[in-house]
Structure formats: structure tokens, C-alpha cells
Write a protein that binds this ligand. Sequence first.
Ligand SMILES: Cc1cc2nc3c(=O)[nH]c(=O)nc-3n(C[C@H](O)[C@H](O)[C@H](O)COP(=O)(O)OP(=O)(O)OC[C@H]3O[C@@H](n4cnc5c(N)ncnc54)[C@H](O)[C@@H]3O)c2cc1C
Length: 340
Amino acid sequence: MGGRITVAGAGLAGLFAALRIARAGHDVEILDVKSRIAPSSGPHTEALRDYVGGEALEDLKHHGFDLEPFGSIETTVRKSESFENVLRGRAYHLFLRGREPETVDQELYRRCEDAGVTFTFGTKFGSDVKADIVATGPPPGSFNVLGAGFTFSADGSNLDQQTAYALLDNNVAPGGYLVVTPGIEYHSIYSVAWGELDHDRLLKMAEAGASKPWVKDILGSSRRIGRIYGKAYFAPDPTSNAERGGTRYVGEAGGFQDAIAGFGFRYAVLTASLAADSIIEGKSYSALLRKTFGEEFAAAYAVRKKLDAFTNADFDRLVQSMGPSMTVDEYRQHRASRFL
Ligand SMILES: Cc1cc2nc3c(=O)[nH]c(=O)nc-3n(C[C@H](O)[C@H](O)[C@H](O)COP(=O)(O)OP(=O)(O)OC[C@H]3O[C@@H](n4cnc5c(N)ncnc54)[C@H](O)[C@@H]3O)c2cc1C
């Protein structure tokens, strides 16, 4: 069917776009600058947020994403310097990223191979190469969110498999949060920051977060395993510039990233799916993006501008406003659900 489709970048978005197109009967090639499939950020747990629109996983399944999460978060503890709110109910689905066989990256890679996708590793996409889909992650020099932290062994730690923690504190994650999420054999702790984009400085802040007494209790006698380090990129209006010169930009290469909290998993999968649809069905990618996302990015960007100016006193007020405990249903109705 048709000519060969070229996808640049074998991250979450590129792999899923290639899979969709190959399953529709096209000949697909993926190129990646790396020598193998591996997220640049190191192995870590990623959370697919479920409470904002509800049924996030069903939405992805509807787009052909058939991987199962390894677990879910049923209790989310949100902290600021002086307050704490506990969110009860399923708020996130959990996926592993990395080099291990059970990670999303390797599962998608196997599915792509089964569907006949050809991989060319060690090849850099540039202006001399024509690609139908560009999925090369944050454009060089354009990142505006940074993650830094480490994984620690489940063995010895006191982290419950269904509980996640987020600390809103400019001293440990300027403009963002320190997060602790469970994995299978190892768990993740990292700072996600909008206001500190130097890795060494942010890592020191994450270390300071890790030495807080309640975090030390969670870490218990676990040992450190690996480094988490990742750049992310969000554009204020990504849909306006995602199709140019016959090329579709997906995932973070197109600036598709949640400006509020840094959740890019859903956008990587959905934009990949829409780019695939545009090729398979001969539709306009830009029109599909506008129909699917509407004003979502503009609204998120406006909230992000406010969050950038938040002090720790503002974070305290935000967490205090949610009370000590609420259910996911109550949270959906709550004003603060636009923020976290
Ligand atoms: C530490 C960390 C934690 C995160 N946690 C969450 C979370 O909990 N929930 C959530 O929703 N999101 C999370 N995210 C965001 C999410 O991981 C990303 O938004 C998503 O993976 C982006 O996928 P992508 O395919 O667009 O880009 P990438 O995954 O960056 O893939 C880009 C690929 O392109 C390749 N490449 C780059 N340049 C070139 C080139 N010139 N030529 C060829 N190949 C190239 C790279 O090697 C890579 O394989 C997190 C990100 C990080 C870093």
C-alpha cells in the first residue's frame, strides 16, 4: 500500500505511530540516533493521569494502544511545606519506561517488529532526511521542563505499591513538584521543575527533598539504583505548527506536553495516533489535532503562567484549599483540579 513511510525517532510517540501505520498495511521505517531502544531519561515509572477527564486508559485503547499498565495509584498524597491532602481513588495508571522487557518501550518495539516495521539505529534525522513523521522528542536547545532524581530498590523501601507522593515546594522543585512513584523492582523519586533548568542544581534540590524525614521513611533501607534525568518541551500552541512541509510533528517534537504538570505520555500516544490516521485515511493532521484537543493547550498554558509565579505560600494555600482528604470524584469538581 503506497510508498514507504519514514518515522524519525523511536521513543513513545514514534514507536506508536509506526505501529499503527504498519498494522494498517503500510511499509514503515523508523530511524533513531541511538543504538537501541531506551528512553533518554533512564528507567523510571510514568503515570498516566486518569482523574481529569476520567478513563484516560480507555481513551488510549480507543486509539489502538493495547499495552496494559503494571499497576495503579489508589492513594495520592499531595504535600506543600505546611499542608497535606490525600486523594482517595484511582488517579493514575502506571507504566514502566526503560530497557527491561516489561517496559512500554520494549513492548512497543516488539509489537513493531511483529508488524514488520524496519529499524535503522545510529542514524540522525536532520534537514537532509525526509520524514513523514518526526518524533524526535524535545527540539535541541528548546526544553523548558527538567526532571532529575533517582530510582531506588523496592527491597528495603516502605513505599506502598498503590501510593504516590507529590511535594509542591520551590526549594526542591521550582515551579513544579518532587514526586515519588512505585515501580516493580525499583521505585522512582525525582523533581520536575519549570524554574530550574540546570541538571546539577536540580539534582541537589531533589537530594534535599530526599532527605526530608517523611521521604527518608519511604526510602527506608533501600539502595539507589539508577539516575533519572529528562528534558521536556511544551509549546504554547502546539497544534498550529505541527504540520509543515508535509511532515507531521508528534509528541514532544511538536511541543505536545502538558504545560501544567509535565504529563506527556497521553499526548505522545494521541498525537502519534492522529498522525497515523492522517496518513492511513488521507486526512489533515492539523484538523484532527484541532478537533481532538480544542482549547486544551491554551487553557493549560494560562494555568502554567500562574504556577510560574507561585510562592510556597501559594502552594500552601492550594493544598490547604483541598482539605486533608477527598475522593477522586470530589476532586474532579474542585477548582484545584486545574492545577495538579
Ligand atoms: C523523568 C521523566 C519522567 C516523566 N514522567 C511522566 C509521567 O509520569 N507521566 C507522563 O504522562 N509523562 C511523563 N514524562 C513525559 C513523557 O515521558 C514524554 O512526554 C514522552 O515520552 C515523549 O515521547 P516522545 O516520543 O515525544 O519523545 P522521546 O521519548 O524523547 O523520544 C524521542 C526519540 O527520538 C530519538 N531522537 C532524538 N533526536 C533524534 C534525531 N535527530 N534523529 C533520530 N532520532 C532522534 C531519541 O533517541 C528518542 O528515542 C516524563 C518524562 C521524563 C523525562
